[in-house]
Design a protein around this ligand. Sequence first.
Ligand SMILES: Cc1cc2nc3c(=O)[nH]c(=O)nc-3n(C[C@H](O)[C@H](O)[C@H](O)COP(=O)(O)OP(=O)(O)OC[C@H]3O[C@@H](n4cnc5c(N)ncnc54)[C@H](O)[C@@H]3O)c2cc1C
Length: 457
Amino acid sequence: MSAMKTNDLSGQKIIITGGGIGGASGALALALRGADVTLYERHNEFKEVGAGLQIGPHGVKMLDKWGLKEKAIEGGYLPDRMQFRDGITAEPILNMEFDEKFVEHYGAEYLVIHRSDLLNMLVEAAREAGANLVNGVKVTGADDHGDGVSVHLEDANTGEKLDDDEADVLVAFDGIHSVFRPLCADDEPVPSAYVAYRGTSPLAEDEDMKDLKDVRGYIGPRCHFIQYPLRGGELLNQVAVFQSPRYLEALTNGTEVPDDWGNNEEFKQAFDHTNEAVKGRLGNMWLDTWWQMADREPLEDWIASDRIIVMGDAAHPPLQYIASGAIMAMEDGECLAQYASDAVKAGDLNWTTVLREVADERAPRCGRIQTTSRFWGELWHVDGLSRLIRNELFREAERTGWFKYADWLWDYDATRREYLQDPSKGNLPKELDEWEYNLHKIARQRDEGKSAEELTI
Ligand SMILES: Cc1cc2nc3c(=O)[nH]c(=O)nc-3n(C[C@H](O)[C@H](O)[C@H](O)COP(=O)(O)OP(=O)(O)OC[C@H]3O[C@@H](n4cnc5c(N)ncnc54)[C@H](O)[C@@H]3O)c2cc1C
């Protein structure tokens, strides 16, 4: 089913910088409202890592709005459940069923899909909706001149300066190292000390795994391992994540962090303490690349100027533990298109007001996802007594019903404007007031003058 196209934003010129999942989603959502969209991507092709992506119901609802849900389900995979297992014993500790009750409660399915398949789908649909998507062009900056924006461009292959392009609004979906984020905050990415290895392999001929129908996660201590099928069960996607001892050592000793933290030497030992169900699978991971995981502190204000806004990882790069980085970027694009259309319908499209409204709705929502991701990741990675308590809490959640923990994340609809009405919804729940992110704890104790031996985390 294709999405309905409207002319609400006809005559409005929008430039998007960055053609990842965020930029492509934004281009699609705005083009579907009739905006004149040009997207600049510095790479010569639209590309994503060849691995999987989990799209919870909050993301599937976006695909549904854009007429892509059936196609995405056809090319992806609908897992039966998410199952958490203890990393040492391999015992299941929490099953989250993605059954009819789930779909009814959240209004959509839980999908897993190959990243390139999703990006290609979004790019194709954005082009069909009329967006002009341009590769090989880098956006180097922009001037807001009150009634519009002049966007500075460069040929990404030759470095030659190109003529400026003009727009009513510039949307920066240019990733964690965004050119425009420094206009909003003076900050840097925060490395997490955790590193991810990925790998895909044929599933049908994999004797041990061919019956896998779930998103399965073995958690802790100090590592986790995720598995799920892709492309209708054709491929197995695996992600192995662990804490780098060399990164942590440098951090606690105050010495220089080695560039290759999380390298193959560390990977080879990082899962020695885990169950054979994990250790036995590590041979399928790619060894030539690994991803040093980093996020940023939540950004309070996404407005770079009256007509420039940052979105996607440029605004809210998260740790990946609640699988919502790409989905937040999809929600951002749809929220902008929706609020601008609403303003047109109300007879009053003022971009400065629209960007303010979008930022005030989205910033607390995404900040909550970023801070919860840190907390959730640390809960996965605990050791000793904490691990046993965590396991019992997970079992309890299955016994008593877990929807109450996930509703804030999966039952979201920007049209309700709930964070605009109550920005405190962006805070972690009261019970977590005492909780402090481990890396913050280390930094604080170092600032207090404690030596490496005295640090407690
Ligand atoms: C291991 C791992 C697992 C993850 N799992 C999930 C998951 O299951 N579900 C989920 O929702 N999210 C997940 N994420 C997060 C998700 O991948 C990201 O949050 C998301 O892809 C960000 O999309 P984006 O378009 O905002 O940024 P990016 O994908 O970084 O795209 C930015 C684009 O901008 C371009 N660009 C940069 N600078 C310029 C410039 N100056 N001019 C022109 N173009 C420029 C870049 O080339 C790039 O194409 C995961 C992340 C990791 C690392």
